[in-house]
Design a protein around this ligand. Structure first.
Ligand SMILES: Nc1ncnc2c1ncn2[C@@H]1O[C@H](COP(=O)(O)OP(=O)(O)OP(=O)(O)O)[C@@H](O)[C@H]1O
Length: 661
């Protein structure tokens, strides 16, 4: 009978084929002690193999994984495994979870997979898997998750009858066609995006739908399905009847400014009064009445006053929660940092423009009639009940730091969840570095870049300082917004906890730490990894998602690792940075910090507090080098106009040693 020795042999053969030197397994110790290997009770057999992002490469031969017949869970995601999916995995009848996404597997889905009677989770997303989706999937009666997106699957989806299926995605399989089987129409529309499929939540063939051409919704229709995501037609605010929001409807129009129009809903009273919910709470004896706005209205002022604004924010939120619980009319709920100079009706009347569509929803820039700009995030897929939503969002809104984007207010109804943030005029770091539809790439000098790195790090450090379990969960360059002085403000803290799991390929993929399996549960060390990727992006000018999706299938940290350190200065840095010879040492130090943050194993990564200290040192020494350089240039010029050679020498002396090419 197979035993642990057989499992050892299978694992060593697996390593020899795809692991090379990347797996530090001590062949003379028990396999149960090896990294990524877990055994059943009493050190019996190997039951789990988890090697995400372990630099595995090549084809998995037969007689390796397939011989681990007690295996219950296998995760090899985020590697460079290629060739066919291992057909003999079908012999591992105990398997409940198979996670092979983000590799380069090709060929069809092996028939053996359909005999895995206990399989609950199958993720094959982001590979090159081709062929059709077999009706034999129906034999996997326990399947809860089936992620097949971003492959090369073709043909029609069979009529899947999987009663336990809750997570499903076939998006970005361009050659899938036909109509969406009836039983899958309850899945969110994102699950079918980027295919030729018609019907279901898409309303039409998905290929025909783009954010810029939303399907029109009848003016009298009730609110859109919570998961239907897209904006309803570009109606005008004049069509709105009084009441609360059903949806912000924004379509694209000539130029960039568009009318944000809103659908409407049932609300027992007319247009929400901004303070009503707070008053209601006061009546209910919870929290403080609006006078608790004694906290400074100015956000910065609140920071200077330390925690001064926090109790008020929490009180307002608690009050709002109570108002909701008491069934009072819905309205915007403001936090203390936001000035209450507008209300829901003002928001409904605002003209708006789509800023972008992310994993958590769509963000609009709204110009209120009073001339104030706000950013409105319309959340999708929020599965939290109202009370928990309010509590979670209030905890995050209470975070008050100059490097966070202040959350001014929120709106919650059954069908709509809106968050209203300060509008950040310079946009995101992502659009600065990589350009967007309207602007080209903005040149960013070294000083600006290290300033952004430091201010972003301080924002994240502040979030982490709230407690060991508090993290951001979605650090990436489009969530780093900039003020006019290019100071970074971290946005969307806490949103990862609010929205349901999404497997839609997104920009977030390139920032996600290898150990993260559920995007709602990113640890602080997971944030540090993402911040490391962000630093690499800042230094290389390359977008992680682009790098990730390129032909080599290689992500940004691995790409930087693939370049020898002696070539970093010439090969890795953004071309724009190569002008700054006098600070090469500091640039390399920041690169080294980025690499440390993006270490594969969480325990190897520094804490955010350490990161801030290290960036502060780099900034200090950059400024000193720049000053020294300036002084020496000044001396050289003053010394003599005809001693140009001396001028050059003095500049060279100021350079750090050993780093210039
Ligand atoms: N407060 C704001 N001020 C200015 N621009 C903003 C603001 N909030 C978001 N944006 C910009 O709007 C665009 C869309 O943002 P959104 O948060 O919806 O998507 P994302 O950041 O790409 O993805 P995710 O939902 O995963 O965070 C991004 O380019 C973002 O930088």
């Amino acid at each position: 009978a197979p035993d642990l020795e057989a499992d050892r042999a299978a694992l060593l053969a697996f390593r020899a084929a795809v692991g090379r030197e990347a797996l530090p397994w001590n062949a003379s110790a028990s396999p149960c002690t090896w990294m990524g290997v877990m055994c059943g009770a009493g050190g019996g057999r190997v039951t789990e193999l988890h090697l995400p992002g372990a630099r595995l490469m090549g084809q998995i031969p037969a007689g390796t994984l397939g011989n681990l017949t007690a295996l219950q869970s296998v995760s090899l995601r985020f590697n460079a495994l290629s060739g066919p999916l291992p057909p003999d995995l079908g012999g591992c009848k105990e398997l409940r979870g198979v996670y092979l996404h983000e590799n380069r597997f090709s060929g069809g889905i092996p028939a053996g997979f359909f005999s895995l009677g206990k399989l609950a989770h199958l993720n094959l997303a982001s590979n090159n898997i081709s062929g059709g989706i077999s009706s034999a999937f129906n034999s996997l009666t326990r399947l809860r998750t089936l992620y097949l997106e971003s492959n090369r699957l073709s043909g029609e989806i069979p009529d899947l009858d999987l009663s336990k299926l809750v997570n499903f995605n076939v998006s970005f399989n361009r050659a899938l066609n036909g109509s969406i089987p009836a039983r899958l129409r309850r899945m969110p529309r994102d699950a079918f995006m980027g295919t030729g499929l018609c019907g279901g939540p898409l309303g039409a063939c998905s290929g025909e739908i783009s954010p810029a051409s939303p399907p029109p919704a009848p003016a009298s229709s009730p609110s859109p399905e919570p998961s239907s995501g897209t904006n309803a037609g570009g109606g005008k605010s004049s069509k709105l009847s009084g009441g609360a929001i059903a949806g912000i409807a924004i379509g694209s129009a000539v130029g960039l400014l568009i009318v944000a129009a809103l659908l409407v809903i049932f609300c027992r009273r007319g247009g929400g009064n901004k303070t009503r919910s707070v008053e209601a709470a006061a009546a209910a004896g919870v929290g403080k009445p609006p006078e608790s706005d004694m906290a400074p209205r100015d956000h910065k002022g609140a920071v200077e006053n330390g925690t001064g604004s926090r109790p008020a924010a929490v009180a307002a939120a608690a009050a709002a929660a109570a108002a909701g619980a008491n069934g009072h009319a819905k309205s915007l709920v403001f936090f203390s940092g936001g000035a209450k100079v507008y209300d829901l009706e003002d928001l409904l009347r605002a003209s708006a423009e789509v800023l972008g569509k992310g994993t958590t929803g769509t963000t609009y820039k709204a110009m209120l009639e009073i001339g104030m700009l706000v950013a409105v995030k319309r959340l999708k897929d929020v599965n939290l009940p109202e009370k928990e939503f309010r509590e979670t969002i209030s905890a995050f809104a209470a975070m008050d730091h100059q490097n966070l984007v202040p959350l001014q207010a929120f709106y919650y109804s059954r069908d709509e969840k809106l968050l209203i943030y300060d509008y950040m005029p310079m946009g995101s770091l992502s659009s600065l570095l990589h350009g967007n539809r309207v602007s080209g790439r903005t040149p960013l000098d070294w000083e600006t870049r290290y300033g952004i790195a430091l201010s972003a790090a301080r924002g994240i450090e502040y979030i982490h300082s709230m407690g060991p379990g508090v993290s951001h969960g979605n650090i990436k360059s489009s969530n780093i917004l900039l003020s006019k002085s290019f100071e970074a403000h971290v946005s969307e803290h806490g949103l990862a906890n609010l929205v349901g799991p999404s497997s839609t390929p997104s920009r977030a993929a390139g920032y996600r730490a290898p150990e993260v399996t559920d995007i709602r549960k990113v640890s602080q060390k997971g944030d540090v990894y993402s911040f490391g990727v962000l630093l690499l992006e800042l230094l290389t000018g390359k977008a992680p998602a682009q790098a990730f999706l390129n032909e080599d299938g290689i992500d940004l940290p691995r790409w930087v690792h693939s370049v020898a350190p002696e070539e970093w200065t010439s090969e890795v840095f953004d071309l724009e940075l190569l002008r700054y010879h006098n600070v090469e040492e500091e640039m390399v130090q920041l690169l080294q910090l980025a690499i440390d943050c993006a270490a594969q194993y969480p325990e190897k990564r520094p804490s955010m507090a350490d990161v801030v200290v290290r960036i502060e040192e780099i900034c200090r020494s950059s400024r000193a080098s720049a000053r020294r350089n300036q002084q020496q240039e000044h001396h050289a010029i003053n010394d003599s106009d005809d001693q140009s050679s001396k001028h050059t020498d003095s500049i060279d002396e100021s350079r750090p040693s050993g780093l210039h090419s």
